[in-house]
Design a binder for this molecule. Structure first.
Ligand code: ADP
Length: 487
């Protein structure tokens, strides 16, 4: 069986290499987090499949690179249109595979997938330039040359969104791609591969190898034939990849975890603050950017906590296909057990769990209740480690200095949310926060032109706008003298 049918949509279970479907003799089982139902047996790639894919991508590279941004762009715009025409299919498929809300996939995520492709194609055509500047009459001319084969390793929490955030700029830059999607969510990448064929993207330009991180992922990141590695996932895996990349000195871009602060100051609009805090349960807490440490000024903590409780009590947990649902399941039994383990240990440690703190027994399966830990002991596991589930901590502070010290006091620096009633005050706070992205009185507003990435252990490098091309391309400076010309 080379195909599975999920919600009436046919998906190929084989790898996509050099424009062809290639099966492995070994497979892995894919199930839905919604109800544990069987979705399919997926080809499980390793060294041999990775080698084939990198070779196919290398062979396709010269012609793709030589096409230039405009011709590549025309094909990529066609691909974006095909994604748009398939939003419903992709939304249904992704929800079955990763358990995120169907309404979010329809309204926000899948349109964004199309934008990821379109935006970078257009950026390469229209915006990718620097001012030409002069040095003693010589001009400096900067160009972004295609670099080769980009190896893209992506996670399961927003599979196609995060994959195309890399695929878009890599292909627009003239690189060819080998994508290794997460083993818990392989389906949308396979469906997307079919769309690249329909868009007329030449064989070998875009390849997908499915499989486990320690097999397919490890083989891909250690491969001498790749020119770039872009990875989104956990800190421990990033360290393994950095080691794998070291022998070939392959440049890496890492977008990793977080334990981001959400700061509520005493001058804040507390209704807005409570609304933003409850949003941190989005995607059942499986969001690297989540502000999972709520830090509140002591003088407003009780009022804020009441507003938070009122709003959180209205959250509906259930089947992600139901439009009334706000919180779905965790992705997989292994991850569910991990999240539960954090909460169980916090209980054993004597931490005060004032909301949730257990699986949702009415729903069973992988549904874990939205949870709040109040005043966790400083330095304890629950307030320092990334749980990646619906688990928030709430702590208080009494001064801006203390707030900043607490906010910056982790190994992470991905994001921060600041809720303040004064612009001057917010400016002082954001200046001293260490984070790749800070949202003031808002959350999750993202522009593809802006740099995105993490400070400290939350990442290496930035992507978005020119930053993406600075990574995927070979940036070149050609210095031209005013002298020596004969014509
Ligand atoms: P999580 O533990 O939350 O699943 P990971 O960072 O382990 O997060 O997984 C993100 C992606 O990294 C997945 O596609 C996974 O297969 C891949 N991965 C895991 N281990 C490795 C590895 N050693 N080398 C390359 N990729 C890996």
């Amino acid at each position: 069986m080379n195909f599975v049918e999920v919600v009436g949509i046919q998906v190929d279970t084989r790898h996509f290499i050099g424009g062809e479907r290639i099966a492995s003799t070994e497979t892995f089982t894919n199930t839905s987090p919604i109800d544990g139902s069987f979705l399919g047996e997926i080809s499980r790639g390793g060294t041999a499949e990775v080698d084939l894919a990198v070779t196919a991508a290398r062979n396709a590279f010269p012609a793709w690179a030589a096409m230039g941004p405009a011709k590549r762009g025309a094909l990529l715009l066609k691909l974006a249109e095909l994604v748009e025409a398939n939003i419903e299919n992709l939304a249904q498929l992704e929800t079955m595979d990763n358990g995120s809300l169907l309404r979010s996939h329809r309204r926000g995520v899948m349109p964004r997938v199309a934008m990821n492709i379109r935006f970078f194609a257009e950026w390469a055509i229209n915006e990718l330039k620097h001012e030409v500047f002069e040095t003693r009459g010589h001009s400096n001319n900067i160009s972004w040359d295609p670099s080769g084969v980009a190896a893209l390793i992506t996670p399961w929490n927003a599979p196609l969104m995060l994959a195309t955030w890399k695929v878009g700029p890599a292909l627009a830059a003239g690189d060819t791609v080998v994508l290794k999607p997460a083993e818990w969510t392989p389906l949308s990448a396979s469906f997307f591969a079919d769309l690249t064929v329909k868009a007329g993207i030449p064989a070998g330009v875009f390849n997908v190898v499915q499989g486990f991180g320690r097999e397919a992922g490890a083989a891909l990141t250690a491969h001498p034939g790749i020119s770039r590695i872009s990875f989104t996932g956990s800190v421990p895996t990033a360290k393994v990849i950095a080691h794998a990349a070291a022998d070939n000195l392959t440049p890496c871009s890492f977008e990793l975890g977080g334990k981001s602060p959400l700061l509520v100051f005493d001058n804040a609009d507390l209704d807005l603050a409570a609304e933003l805090a409850v949003e941190q349960y989005d995607n059942a807490g499986q969001v690297c950017l989540s502000g999972t440490r709520i830090l509140v000024h002591e003088s407003v903590a009780d009022v804020f906590a009441e507003k938070f409780r009122d709003r959180a009590a209205k959250l509906t947990q259930g089947d992600p296909r139901d439009p009334e649902t706000d919180i779905g399941p965790q992705i997989h039994q292994t991850h569910f057990d991990r999240v539960k383990g954090f909460v169980d240990r916090a209980k054993t440690d004597g931490q005060s769990i004032v909301m949730g703190g257990e699986p949702n027994s009415e729903l069973g399966g992988l549904y874990f209740k939205p949870t709040l830990v109040k005043n966790p002991a400083p330095g304890s596991e629950i307030v320092t480690a990334e749980v990646f589930g619906p688990v928030l901590c709430m702590q208080t502070f009494t001064s801006d200095e203390q707030a900043l010290e607490m906010a910056n006091g982790t190994e992470f620096g991905l994001a921060a949310v600041v809720v303040s009633g004064s612009r001057a005050h917010a400016d002082r706070i954001t200046k001293d926060l260490v984070a790749g992205t800070i949202w003031v009185n808002c959350f999750f507003v993202r522009d593809l032109r802006a740099p995105f990435g993490g400070s400290k252990k939350s990442g290496v490098g930035r992507e978005g706008g020119n930053w993406s091309f600075d990574f995927y391309a070979d940036v070149k400076n050609t210095v031209i003298s005013p002298n020596g010309w004969k014509e």
